[in-house]
Design a protein around this ligand. Structure first.
Ligand code: FES
Ligand code: FE
Length: 374
């Protein structure tokens, strides 16, 4: 563990200045260059199972529909009627029989997006039904989620999404054993956080705060009390305390380890940030996936999913003690982010703050933000 103590260069390096977290113009640029340009983890595939079921999600400034087709495929479309632009679906989720029907003038679109019916359409034989169909959005499925991208030419999913996990875990096969796509949702909690999304990313990436605000987490993962995040080191998983039987709020036993993980992954916690808006946490018996939806420069919705082996869910086992640990961590983290947000607007933070060695890897995130917005 000696590497955990090592650092190079000067102790303090600068952060981004406060306006990066408060300026609406920066946020608009982030919507263009980040959220609308990169892959967004939109919905769990198994929440859109039957043909005609749909979910509505916000991606940057766009409302997007994820729809299950009659052929079983998931597709995504902009939630905008091609007639005169009314929002097609005004519910967050729903089920239609065969078409998505606009509530304004009743243009109806098939589950593949094509225009299939409209008042007097038969008297307009020149209307091209595909050209006037819903605008498609790129979609990929991975880890049991549908990921969407608004870009005309999306960045490589293999590099940007899978690659982010590989970069953290050190091996593309390391994620496979958790079979995240085969897990089932055991608990979901939505947090409305009054903080800029970058504060939440930075908080997730460092553990300098762990000893101060995460007593339950550091009881289970004692090395976190030393301030170094597992994310600072490729392939490193934080080891459970000798006395911790499982990753639970009181260190009591959790569930059976997921069958595919290897011996090295047992009794360890791994974390990965999939920029820009996904945090992945891996422990032997479950997976916790957080998705952010930045709504404004100082307002971010975070949805946290706790995923368990199907047999845990089907047998009706109580996941409360298991989910409670990270729920407390979330509350502690988001409380810290909300306490930080007002400071971003202070003249004391106009030129930014500083990163200590245990946080120096956040500098790479700041460089990444600067480059994307340049
Ligand atoms: Fe949708 Fe007219 S705007 S049918
Ligand atoms: Fe934290």
């Amino acid at each position: 563990m000696t590497t955990l103590e090592q650092s190079t260069g000067s102790s303090l390096i600068p952060t981004l200045g406060g306006r990066w977290y408060t300026d609406p113009a920066v946020f608009i640029r982030e919507q263009e260059r980040v959220f609308e340009a990169m892959w967004t983890c939109a919905v769990r595939s198994d929440e859109v199972t039957t043909p005609g079921s749909f979910r509505r999600v916000q991606v940057g400034r766009e409302s997007v529909l994820v729809v299950r087709g009659r052929d079983g495929a998931l597709r995504a479309f902009l939630n905008v009627c091609r007639h005169r632009g009314a929002q097609l679906c005004t519910e967050d989720s729903g089920q239609v029989r065969t078409t998505l029907r606009c509530p304004y003038h009743a243009w109806s679109f098939g589950l593949d997006g094509a225009l299939v019916a409209a008042p007097n359409l038969a008297r307009m034989p020149d209307v091209d039904r595909m050209a006037n169909g819903l605008v498609p959005v790129h979609l990929q499925e991975w880890l049991g989620y549908a990921w969407v991208c608004l870009a005309d030419e999306p960045p490589s999913f293999a590099e940007d999404v899978r690659g982010a996990v590989t970069e953290r875990l050190g091996d593309p096969a390391a994620i496979e054993g958790y079979d995240v796509g085969g897990l089932r949702l055991g608990r979901r909690i939505r947090y409305d956080v009054a903080a800029n999304w970058k504060l939440i990313v930075e908080n997730f990436m460092e553990c300098y705060h762990c000893a101060t605000i995460h007593p339950e987490l550091t009881d289970v993962l004692p090395e976190f009390a030393r301030g170094y995040a597992a994310q600072s080191f490729v392939g490193h998983g934080a080891e459970f305390a000798a006395g911790a039987e499982g990753f639970t709020v009181d260190g009591s036993a959790g569930f059976a380890a997921l069958p595919g993980i290897d011996a090295e992954q047992d009794r360890r916690y791994y974390a990965a940030t999939i920029k820009p808006t996904v945090f992945l946490n891996l422990v032997p018996d479950h997976v916790i996936l957080l998705r952010m939806t930045p709504l404004a420069v100082d307002c971010t919705v975070v949805e946290c999913d706790w995923l368990y082996a199907p047999e845990v869910i089907e047998s009706g086992q109580d996941v409360s003690r298991s989910a409670e640990l990270f729920h407390r961590v979330n509350l502690q983290d988001f409380d810290a982010c909300e306490r930080t947000q007002p400071g971003m607007a202070s003249r004391a933070y106009a030129a930014g703050g500083v990163l200590v060695p245990a946080e120096h890897h956040l500098g790479a995130f700041h460089d990444w933000v600067r480059e994307r917005l340049a």
